[in-house]
Ligand binder design. Structure first.
Ligand SMILES: [Zn+2]
Length: 420
């Protein structure tokens, strides 16, 4: 167990330091409070995937579009075959075999009409995926508890309730009472001096690949924003999926200071979205490690790994590191202040914009991100609020974002953090 190893090594390090001998655990010393967890999302197992000579019969999730380049690990028109799922879970085991926990934010079934899928298929898909994760990471738990430590909490939200396609919740003010429950949990957390991570599937705000495409009903989007603004001081990260793309969302207070970040992790499925208006919206399969400070819960770095599907089908499934956030965007960590910097860089430099854009589809779409594309991505990341997003579009995402004094503030902040 990594926890025990780490602690015993720390004790040993102290003893060795006292006795003047070199400490073999010095790297653990320096990074003593940095631990890791996996975030995987949107596995979308298509159990119908089968290699055949007829591209139209490879998988049901491709709908009417043919799976032209189908191989062992899948096709960009299809959801994940079992080989891809298997390969991603074993890649996790190889890259980071002993995470503190695994966040798995759902969407397990293929993009097949509900009536063609049925309850039994859904249960068997969820069952099989749960089984392989538990088999590869025995005893590991995913969701619900954040370690078993007092003072740390994972808040798991069912945001499907806020989805505008969900007809059951259309007339409700607070479906399932989840907002008032979350408000209570976060209020108690503040009283108990707890630190909280929030995880969910469908995110608020807008889809960066399609202008004006939001998922939540307007009233629920507002309530979600209110919740974060009210309780941001105990929230140290939000981890969501659904887009299948790699992006993030910023939250600001009324004085335009960054107060929270929602990380949108790329999906395992490469499936090309059929959302009208999205051109070539496929992606390479991605999985992600978050490095965080165990004491403060500050997200220190984000490392994304991926499978180049085209290459994998020819040469075998090799998962590679795609990028490390702090290296690629030249920031100190993944705190809200740093993520605000990342956004400023994307908004103001074509070089960073292009880099972000290629990461957005996990190195699938390497075309140039032009000024319209820039507006869509920058405004979606910057404005979760419906009105503010529309204003941002009108300004072409051009205005200097949220004041010019923030760099100074974040330098001051990092000095404070360093001196602690
Ligand atoms: Zn999905």
């Amino acid at each position: 167990m990594s926890v025990k190893l780490l602690l015993s090594c720390l004790l040993l390090g102290e003893v060795q330091a006292l006795s003047g001998r070199p400490c073999s655990c010095s790297f653990i010393f320096r990074r003593s409070w940095t631990w890791n967890f996996w975030h995987i999302t949107d596995l979308h197992w298509d159990h119908t995937y089968e290699l055949t000579d007829n591209p139209e019969l490879v998988c049901e999730s491709s709908g009417t579009s043919p799976a032209a380049n189908a191989g062992k690990f899948g096709d960009y028109a299809c959801d994940s075959p079992w080989n891809l799922i298997n390969s991603s879970v074993y890649a996790m085991k190889e890259i980071l075999p002993d995470p503190d926990f695994i966040v798995w934010t759902g969407d397990d079934t293929p993009h097949i009409p509900n009536e063609d899928l049925g309850e039994n298929a859904v249960l068997s898909i969820v069952g099989n995926l749960t089984h392989i994760i538990q088999q590869v990471f025995p005893g590991g738990y995913y969701t619900e508890k954040l370690l078993s430590r007092t003072g740390y909490r994972m808040l798991v939200l069912n945001t499907n309730l806020y989805y505008d396609q969900n007809k059951l919740t259309v007339d409700m003010e607070d479906p399932a009472g989840q907002f008032s429950w979350a408000d209570q949990v976060l209020t108690d957390a503040a009283n108990d001096k707890e630190k909280v991570y929030i995880i969910g599937h469908v995110p608020p705000g807008f889809f960066e690949k399609k202008r004006l495409k939001s998922w939540y009903r307007s009233k629920f989007n507002q309530k979600y924003l209110d919740l974060i603004q009210k309780h941001h001081s105990v929230i140290f990260g939000q981890f969501f999926g659904h887009h299948h793309t790699d992006s993030f969302r910023m939250f600001y207070n009324s004085k335009d200071s960054p107060i929270s970040t929602m990380f949108l992790s790329p999906g395992v499925t490469p499936w090309k979205t059929t959302l009208p208006g999205v051109v070539d919206g496929a992606n390479n399969p991605g999985i992600r490690v978050f490095e965080y400070d165990t004491q403060t819960l500050l997200v220190k770095d984000v490392v994304t790994y991926y499978l180049n599907l085209t290459r994998a089908n020819v040469a075998g499934g090799r998962w590679e590191k795609e990028y490390r956030l702090t290296e690629s965007f030249k920031v100190a960590d993944a705190s809200p202040a740093s993520m605000h910097h990342v956004l400023e860089r994307i908004a103001n430099s074509h070089c960073y914009l292009q880099k972000y854009y290629e990461f957005n589809s996990v190195n699938y779409d390497l075309t140039e991100c032009d000024s319209n594309c820039r507006t869509d991505h920058v405004c979606a990341a910057r404005e979760v609020d419906f009105k503010m997003y529309e204003n941002c579009l009108k300004e072409g995402g051009a205005a200097a974002i949220h004041g010019g004094w923030l760099p100074i503030l974040s330098v001051a902040l990092s000095l404070v953090l360093v001196s602690r």
